[in-house]
Ligand binder design. Structure first.
Ligand code: NAD
Length: 424
């Protein structure tokens, strides 16, 4: 028997949700009790205070976290989120999902996540740079190319990764590009990394539409979140011939039954920063977008947006989870009972980002760089293999697609821990 002393440190709805998913998956594969808690709970976490000087001369102290969930299968890997609602529980849940995702896709990584409680839109560029550098500075004792390799997530981007890489490199006294992934190409970033998550989402959607015998040219798509992931997924799907009928960001959404011009919308957001007042269709609320009649619904913003309140109202044929944890545990049960919506679960659906992050890390370590075509070919090969594995597991054990993906991910982490043994 194993006993765990659970502190209230990570206590939050989203952490509880990740734990319930874990328990459910562990029961389904009869994971031995002695390995369960070790596989479930984060290995370590760091909380940091981040003082920065504001442009007006005042000083603000922000709070940040890094949670390393699993280091048994390789260096920890996971993005850094800048958002005003970040909590350590949310970061811990996201770190857990990273462990399962890396393991499902077969990457030699553990799982981690970082976050800072800040609205990045409310900082000037100089303030954002100071905050990004300070966060990296505080993490230096706890991370490294063989220990933990951060990347972008919600609210962070290539430029922020560039500042973080520069801070770390200054500390060690030589350029160390492998400390973060998702960097600008000029600093050792990989071709294709910026679009990798969205392109991977679009690739999997197309593969599944083929399975369900729905021509992509007849598919209508609604996407919540028009940032890195949502924007790139929209572009790739529209280029493949699908009609994107709704997009949104935190300011609200746009609906156009005839199809939104995605290139125009991306150009608009590049200059205006949000979709507010974009004239490509009628305004629509974020809640309304989720229940639109469409072939594919793509939540690509925050977690826990599909809840028991709206799960029964969804009118999509496919739910492609580009965001991490967009469907609550209870909502998932409602969707399972309905049985009319095919779910591409987050750990599979958005795995393209960490896959190309892995390619970037490999290229940095070898100092040998690949072409975009090479990166994309290898990305789709990895995602195709993961999809096939999930479908085989689903058929073999009559699991839902989510349970199939989660059990594959969790089993590998547990196996590695078991094989390594428990250090006395
Ligand atoms: P981003 O910051 O580039 O974009 C986020 C988008 O969501 C923005 O358009 C923002 O306005 C919108 N948004 C924020 N709050 C919202 C709200 N309340 N309602 C509607 N829209 C809202 O972030 P991203 O990198 O595109 O990440 C999006 C999701 O994808 C997150 O769940 C993230 O964890 C996940 N993800 C990202 C990556 C990656 O490589 N960036 C990889 C895997 C998973």
């Amino acid at each position: 028997m194993s006993k765990v002393i659970v502190s209230s440190l990570y206590d939050s709805d989203v952490f509880k949700m990740a734990c319930r998913q874990f328990d459910n998956a562990a029961d389904a594969i009869n994971l031995p009790e002695t390995i369960r808690d070790r596989t479930k709970y984060p290995r370590r976490c760091v909380a940091v205070a981040l003082p920065i000087q504001r442009d007006d001369g005042s000083v603000t102290v922000f709070e940040g976290y890094r949670v390393q969930h699993n280091l048994s299968t390789g260096p920890a890997k996971g993005g850094i989120r800048f958002h005003q609602d970040v909590t350590i529980g949310e970061v811990a849940a996201l770190a857990m999902w990273m462990s399962w995702k890396c393991s499902l896709v077969g990457l030699p990584y553990g799982g981690a996540k970082g976050g800072v409680i800040v609205n990045p839109g409310a900082l000037s560029r100089n303030e954002l740079e100071r905050l990004s550098r300070r966060y990296m500075q505080e993490l230096i004792p706890f991370i490294g190319p063989d220990v933990d390799v951060p990347a972008p997530d919600l609210g962070t981007n290539e430029q922020i990764m560039g500042w973080m890489m520069d801070t770390y490199s200054n500390h060690v006294g030589h350029i160390e590009p492998a400390i973060v992934t998702g960097k600008p190409v000029s600093l050792g970033g990989s071709q294709g990394r910026r679009e990798a998550t969205g392109a991977g989402v679009a690739y999997l959607i197309q593969r599944y539409l083929e399975d369900f015998k729905i021509p992509v040219g007849k598919a209508t798509i609604a996407i919540q979140g028009f940032g890195n992931v949502g924007g790139e997924a929209a572009l790739a799907l529209s280029q493949a011939g699908a009609r994107i009928i709704a997009i949104s960001d935190w300011t609200g959404g746009i609906y156009n039954a005839k199809g939104i011009n995605i290139k125009k919308a991306l150009d608009y957001v590049r200059y205006q920063r949000t979709l507010r007042d974009f004239d490509g269709g009628e305004p629509i609320e974020n809640d309304e977008l989720l229940t639109l009649k469409c072939t594919v619904l793509v939540p690509a913003a925050l977690e826990r947006v599909i809840t028991p309140t709206n799960a029964a109202k969804l009118q999509c044929r496919v739910l492609a989870e580009a965001a991490n944890g967009p469907t609550t545990f209870k909502a998932d049960k409602i969707l399972e009972q309905r049985g009319d919506i095919e779910i591409i679960p987050d750990v599979l659906c958005n795995a393209g980002g960490v896959t190309v992050s892995y390619f970037e890390w490999l290229q940095n370590r070898q100092n040998y760089y690949w072409s975009r075509t090479e990166v994309m070919e290898k990305l789709f090969e990895v995602l195709g293999r993961a999809k096939d594995a999930v479908e085989a597991q689903k058929r073999k054990f009559k699991f839902s697609r989510r349970l199939a993906a989660q059990t594959l991910g969790i089993q590998r982490v547990a196996d590695a821990k078991m094989s390594r043994g428990l250090f006395p």
